[in-house]
Write a protein that binds this ligand. Structure first.
Ligand SMILES: C[S@@+](CC[C@H](N)C(=O)[O-])C[C@H]1O[C@@H](n2cnc3c(N)ncnc32)[C@H](O)[C@@H]1O
Length: 326
């Protein structure tokens, strides 16, 4: 039986990784909300300049939104510990999650997928997570949550995130459970580290000098030989902590700041590029090529570091569709 084509809205849209995951399943995006102008520029390069950005979701009047069936949001992790400072519930209402809940309520929304950092689960001794689950439950949703790593859902990136799937209580039996997608084999990293633009990390550049000093700091001194490191093609080097961390067939979690991920290719060190970081978040080459050389790498690396993984959302969305009643 053919499923109804679900409509969704993309909140805290970033560069639209969540959107793409759902579009790949045939769902239709009817609008987005994002406050960061740089992220919006990349988003528009990917998805077009015509659509309306509804802007700050905390200021949206839900009546101004089109109708939709599903909300997707990778909402920022904000501190809920104001409770501890006896500031009371009113202050909490300023949190993004309450803005999202207000929209869910007003729209009597059937479904949502939310994403956040894994640390949310033990933030403030687990209190933040508990409050979010209780609030979503009170709003009328059966909520399922699970930490999944992108490594098992289509990209060679270690990226553990907490996902929330919400189904309005009248649309799911009380005894029914959401079935999380099964783990898949991690694809080969060779297909992701493919940026052959100018080598940014050769011996002549000052970044290389900095790297040599890093290898000689008190944590790394004597542990690594350059010629050994250079022997292994696609060895990934993470220089973001004081100690050098090495990975094979995967990259560590891409993050907004501190970009220092390098890898070895054909006997040279290379810096992970913005283009490659988009691929490692599941964006297809055709989209990543649209912004390569057009939007500076410093932005693309940050934006990819902030994004969801397209293929993880696609897998979760695919399973959510099984619960969609005609
Ligand atoms: C963790 S990122 C999520 C990125 C996105 N899910 C993606 O795949 O690229 C959170 C995003 O929420 C946006 N944001 C924060 N507060 C917002 C608000 N009040 N209204 C709309 N967007 C907001 C930030 O600018 C940021 O891009």
């Amino acid at each position: 039986m053919e499923k109804k084509k679900l409509k969704f809205m993309d909140f805290c849209a970033g560069i639209g990784a969540g959107r793409l995951g759902l579009q790949n399943l045939g769902l239709e995006c009817v609008g987005f909300s994002e406050i960061d102008k740089n992220a919006e520029r990349t988003y528009r390069e990917f998805f077009g300049y015509e659509e309306k950005n509804y802007g700050d979701l905390m200021k949206i009047n839900p009546n101004d939104l089109p109708d939709f069936d599903l909300m997707i949001a990778g909402f920022p992790c904000q501190s809920f510990s104001v409770i501890g400072q006896r500031k009371g519930m009113n202050d909490l209402r300023g949190q993004i999650i309450y803005g999202l809940i207000k929209i869910m309520n007003a729209k009597n929304l059937p479904y949502f997928i939310l994403e956040n950092v894994k640390g949310l689960t033990n933030h403030d001794n687990g209190r933040t997570f508990k409050i979010i689950l209780e609030e979503l439950d009170k709003t009328g949703y059966k909520v399922f949550s699970k930490v999944l790593s992108s490594l098992h859902y289509g990209v060679p990136q270690m990226r553990e995130r907490i996902y929330f799937v919400g189904i309005r209580k009248d649309l799911i039996e009380n005894s029914e459970k959401f079935e999380w997608p099964k783990q898949e084999k991690t694809p080969k990293i060779e297909n992701y580290l493919i940026d052959d633009s100018e080598l940014e990390f050769d011996e002549k550049k000052s970044a290389y000098e900095t790297f040599l000093r890093f290898l000689n700091n008190k944590y790394n001194k004597g542990l690594f030989k350059i010629e050994d490191l250079l022997k292994e093609d696609y060895l990934v080097l993470d220089t973001r902590q004081s100690d050098l961390r090495l990975y094979t067939n995967k990259v560590p979690t891409l993050r907004t700041g501190r970009h220092g991920i390098l890898y070895v290719k054909k006997g040279k060190f290379r810096k992970l590029s913005g283009f490659e970081s988009l691929l490692l978040q599941g964006f297809p080459k055709s989209l990543a090529e649209k912004v390569k050389g057009k939007i500076a790498d410093i932005y693309l690396l940050s934006q990819a570091g902030n994004a969801m993984t397209v293929s993880s959302i696609q897998s979760i969305g695919n399973n959510l569709l099984k619960y969609v009643k005609e």
